[in-house]
Ligand binder design. Structure first.
Ligand SMILES: Cc1ncc(COP(=O)(O)OP(=O)(O)O)c(N)n1
Ligand SMILES: Cc1nc(C(=O)O)sc1CCOP(=O)(O)O
Ligand SMILES: [Mg+2]
Length: 546
């Protein structure tokens, strides 16, 4: 190698870091030694080894509306950080109304595309979508035997979400006999599972389990039967089977017309995660959360006049704050014993926020809110982070009062806001679908608005006079009854509640009333754990009586 004497400091060219040199080998390599033509390929090979790029190859049809098919696969893989090459099996003319035409690519040319990609590019995972003929399935299987990959994800696309046929019955047998035995996972929805098994009726979760087991017997290593289309289900429940264990994966059912391409997207996300090295179950869980988040973020978008629109795979570019992996399903029963901290009271009794929260959980609090009105932001955030850890390890949700910024920074489970705080719909925009949002409501109209704004629960009070919150109007039992009766959301009662009167609140048996929220009766006391324990036992007795 040519030796280069060091230039003086003033004249020294700025040297890039080693990793930059590998990424951009020509302009940034040593300016004094120009690479010989024969050196160039070696430098490129080094760069490729240093920066592996998880690679999914999708073998599927093109959707001119770009909501499903190849277009969805490329967007989904890219969103999860994988490179996606594409072998096109058919060109479809479709939009939000339905499929107007299908033009299958000749199987020889599908074979040529497969050879081009598989012989040159290092593909980790192959994902299949629309395979319009038995001949194309056979060509694919031949190429997979010739060019083995880490994993094969098969989305057995047969009928589009609009009800149009995309693979005929002749293809079914080839799916079952040739493709499934090579697959690491097959991901039918209930309609596809039924077709694969000779039109069996699938109505219940137990039917989905039986279907998963029967499809497993056709040879794939894992099966995911997707229950999104099951009638009368409030959750989107999928059944995963690995040959030994059935796992029910529950997700939020997002109300939207924009569901075109969910199947393609889910399978591509599984493929992308596998390409990145995930285990199968983890890949499926990430994929499900991704689809849920994408549907949520696109639920009100409008493209086209038909009944089923596409959704936005690249939502995270616009809403980077939403932590996709932290979807938390709110359980209204968590409102039973709601402990709300108070910085003044903690200071008075010489305890940290963290110790106060620990003690409340020890005594049986079922949800905690940090209501720190006069703690400095930095100190509050530090304490909130510690409380998140404590609450997570006990399975108790932790909410932050008023401060959306602190809730985001500490990744709390949600926030509680009042009528003069940020409106709940704006909070929802910022926090995304997976966080809990509570809103204080003193009237039925406010309760109605909280529901429209996407809140999860309402806090209603003051049931009794309180000194904890200045100038707080007292609603009494009748005011609370009016709000509870009108509310479409679960309610927690607040204001002046203590061990002496909590029983009488719960014994009212009001509709939607799930529990009580308490500040001073827990935290303006010497022993927080003892007070919480007594209150819990009073609430339990009251509930067993009413
Ligand atoms: C559970 C619960 N309910 C009501 C409130 C009051 O919230 P808000 O009206 O915003 O008043 P402040 O707590 O911010 O003073 C609450 N915090 N929690
Ligand atoms: C924070 C708060 N909100 C109220 C409402 O009516 O919305 S009453 C209240 C204070 C509750 O404290 P304590 O349990 O000490 O009475
Ligand atoms: Mg507030």
């Amino acid at each position: 190698m040519a030796s280069v004497s060091a230039p003086s400091a003033a004249l020294a060219p700025r040297r890039p870091s080693a990793s930059a040199a590998l990424l951009f080998p020509y302009p940034y390599s040593s300016p004094r030694v120009s690479p010989s033509p024969t050196a160039q390929p070696r430098r490129l090979a080094v760069a490729a080894r240093a920066m592996p790029w998880p690679h999914v190859l999708t073998v599927a049809g093109s959707d001119s509306g770009a909501g499903a098919g190849i277009q969805a696969d490329i967007k989904a893989s890219a969103a999860l950080g994988a490179y996606c090459s594409s072998v096109i099996t058919a060109v479809t003319a479709q939009n939000t109304v339905g499929v107007q035409g299908v033009h299958a690519v000749p199987e020889e040319f599908v074979g040529e595309q497969l050879r081009s990609v598989l012989s040159d590019m290092s593909v980790d995972v192959v994902k299949t979508g629309m395979l319009p003929s038995a001949g194309i399935v056979k060509v694919l299987c031949e190429n997979l035997r010739k060019f083995p990959v880490k994993a094969l994800v098969v989305d057995p696309v047969m009928v589009s979400t609009s009800g149009d046929t995309l693979s005929g019955p002749s293809t079914l047998a080839t799916f079952r006999d040739e493709l499934f035995p090579m697959a690491d996972i097959v991901t039918p929805n209930v309609k596809e599972a039924s077709k694969l098994l000779g039109d069996v009726s699938l109505q219940t979760i137990s039917d989905m389990r039986s279907a998963a087991e029967s499809i497993y017997k056709l040879g794939p290593k894992h099966v995911l039967v997707k229950g999104g289309d099951m009638p009368d289900s409030t959750d989107a429940i999928d059944v995963f089977f690995d040959g030994k264990e059935f796992i029910e994966l529950r997700g939020l059912r997002i109300k939207t017309r924009n569901t075109h391409g969910t199947g393609c997207t889910l399978a591509s996300c599984i493929a992308a995660e596998l390409a990145k090295g995930a285990t199968m179950l983890h890949a499926v869980e990430v994929a499900k959360k991704f689809v849920e988040s994408a549907l949520y973020h696109s639920k009100d978008r409008v493209i086209g006049n038909g009944p089923q629109g596409p959704f936005d795979h690249l939502f995270s570019l616009k809403s980077p704050l939403h932590k996709m992996g932290s979807l938390h399903k709110f359980n209204p029963d968590d409102l039973f014993l709601y402990a709300v901290t108070d910085s003044g009271m903690n200071k008075k009794w010489g305890r940290s926020i963290k110790d106060a929260v620990k003690a409340a959980i020890e005594g049986g609090a079922t949800i905690v809110q940090l209501r720190e009105k006069d703690t400095e932001t930095r100190e509050f955030l530090e304490a909130a982070k510690a409380c998140v850890d404590i609450c997570r390890s006990s399975g108790v949700p932790l909410l932050i009062n008023d401060r959306i910024d602190v809730a985001l920074a500490c990744n709390a489970d949600g926030v509680h806001v009042g009528q003069s705080d940020m409106p709940a719909w704006e909070v929802r925009e910022l926090l995304g679908p997976g966080k809990i949002i509570g809103v204080s409501c003193k009237t039925p109209a406010q309760a109605e608005q909280a529901w429209k704004d996407g809140a999860d629960y309402i806090g209603s009070g003051g049931v009794f006079p309180t000194t904890t919150k200045a100038n707080n109007p007292t609603l009494g039992f009748e005011g609370l009854r009016a709000v509870c009766s009108a509310s479409k959301l679960p309610v927690v009662a607040i204001g002046g509640i203590n061990t002496g009167n909590a029983g009488s609140v719960m014994e009212l048996g009001l509709p939607n009333l799930k529990g009580v929220a308490v500040v001073s009766a827990l935290f303006d006391r010497e022993c927080v754990a003892t007070e919480t324990r007594s209150l819990r036992s009073i609430l339990m007795n009251a509930c067993s009586r009413s």
